[in-house]
Design a binder for this molecule. Structure first.
Ligand SMILES: Cc1ncc(COP(=O)(O)O)c(C=O)c1O
Ligand SMILES: N[C@@H](CCCC[NH3+])C(=O)O
Length: 415
């Protein structure tokens, strides 16, 4: 069952009409479905069956603490990339021992905090980082569990800005260097080698690049055994794509089972770090049409959500569906560029979309639960928008709309 569905020609999230939620909380507004989040997480988790595994939700895709709380209650782990994300996970009731810490620029302070709370593993991205973790752990009298992020040089066949597994990308250490770096890690006093990880990119719609990367990691793992280095886990990162329009990515169950087929004979815990595949289609961005403007070339639907609220179309020319939320209104269809209030030509939610709308109507951008609110900003001094979680017939405010005062609270006038 789709928890975002039309009933009597009105869009519902679970048991509530979107128009009712929008009227109650105002727009622009992110609305998430708790049941959808849970279903997506379970799709990954269930597919592993009895095989030891940990699903670590990628916090960056949607770090709202109610979302993290929802994940924590399922027993989820978390993939974090900053201390900010770590503090959120802890605040939301997440278990530090299920946290993996990725990212190329971990600071001493971040490493110390992660050691203090006892995270599962540091996903190490370079030799200098390895030394830094060893030093900080030494100072604190701790042993840091580490995995090496291996860059398998696999083409993820996704947008170049979100591809991470090629040598030209800044992430991880190359397969060629990795064996040497593992030997180095094994020789350091304050780190313990526990795993290997990779993450080759985001919004992947094909299985093959994941399988190729897994093969390369398995080969490397076999070589490490010859060096006496035995791993406890293999972390294959996130990156599974979703359907924004007509993409046909593998279902999480299919994807997970394909990985398991390769790995089930190894005595390894498997870790995954899905973000988008859990959160994207669990959320929508609701916006109000402020004006309709027409010239010789275009119809513009000018809406109250801008690229500061949802930057994906501007940043990656990402296509995301835009839908009416009430089909009972008598409206003529027309083709619109759906644009926002920001003073940038790249400020659009979608171009050349056929919609039956008028000024004052609400419309929704689908698949907005990942990398929407999490990448929002205050550009043009626009307060960050509110977020609501629907759970059955209840709608909970999980982030308050910022006030104008919030925008300058941390700034100071000169004396
Ligand atoms: C290390 C790491 N893990 C997990 C993710 C989550 O990716 P996705 O949202 O595509 O599943 C990312 C972002 O691409 C990442 O950089
Ligand atoms: N932010 C990107 C994905 C990058 C994932 C982070 N490594 C998006 O919206 O598609």
């Amino acid at each position: 069952m789709d928890f975002f569905h039309y009933q009597n020609d009105k869009l519902y999230v679970e048991d509530l009409p979107v128009s009712q939620i929008a009227q109650q909380f105002g727009t622009p507004l992110y609305i998430y479905s708790r049941a959808t989040l849970e279903r997506h997480w379970h799709a990954f988790d269930n597919a592993f069956g009895e095989h030891p595994h940990l699903i670590c939700f990628a916090v960056k895709s949607n770090p709202n603490i109610a979302i993290l709380q929802t994940m924590a209650k399922l027993g989820s782990g978390f993939d974090i990339v900053s201390q900010g994300e770590l503090e959120r996970v802890l605040t939301a009731g997440g278990d530090a021992s299920k946290v993996v810490f990725s990212g190329v620029a971990k600071t001493e302070k971040e490493i110390a905090r992660a050691l203090e709370v006892g995270i599962r593993c540091f996903n190490v991205e370079s030799i200098p980082e390895l030394h830094r973790i060893n030093d900080v752990a030494g100072q604190l009298g701790k042993i840091a569990p580490i995995s090496l992020r291996v860059n398998p040089d696999v083409d993820a066949k996704t947008h170049p800005y979100i591809s991470t597994g090629l040598k030209e990308n800044k992430f991880g250490v190359s397969v060629e260097q990795a064996r040497e770096v593992y030997r180095l890690a094994a020789s350091l006093a304050n780190v313990k080698v526990v795993g290997m990880d990779c993450h080759i990119g985001s919004q992947l719609t094909e299985l093959q690049p994941f399988l190729d990367a897994t093969d390369r990691l398995i080969r490397l793992m076999e070589q490490l055994k010859e060096d006496g280095i035995h791993l406890h886990h293999l972390d294959l990162g996130g990156g599974l794509g979703v359907t924004y329009t007509d993409e046909t990515p593998p279902h999480p169950t299919e994807y997970t089972k394909a990985l398991l087929a390769k790995l089930k004979h190894y005595d390894l815990e498997i870790i995954l770090e899905p973000g988008r595949a859990i959160s994207a289609n669990s959320g929508i961005l609701v916006t109000k049409v402020e004006y309709i403007k027409t010239n010789e070339s275009r119809n513009f639907a000018i809406v109250d959500a801008g690229m500061n609220d949802m930057i994906r179309p501007a940043l990656y020319e990402a296509y995301m569906n835009i839908v009416e939320i009430d089909h009972t209104l008598a409206r003529e269809k027309a083709v619109y560029d759906v644009v926002g209030p920001i003073c940038e030509t790249s400020d659009f939610l979608g171009k050349q979309r056929e919609l039956a709308i008028a000024a004052g109507d609400y419309i929704a951008q689908r698949s907005a639960g990942a990398y929407g609110a999490s990448m929002s900003s205050n550009y043009n001094s626009r307060p960050r928008t509110a977020e609501v979680m629907v759970d059955g017939d209840q709608a909970y405010l999980i982030r308050q709309r910022e006030s104008y005062e919030n925008l300058w609270q941390l700034e100071h006038l000169l004396p």
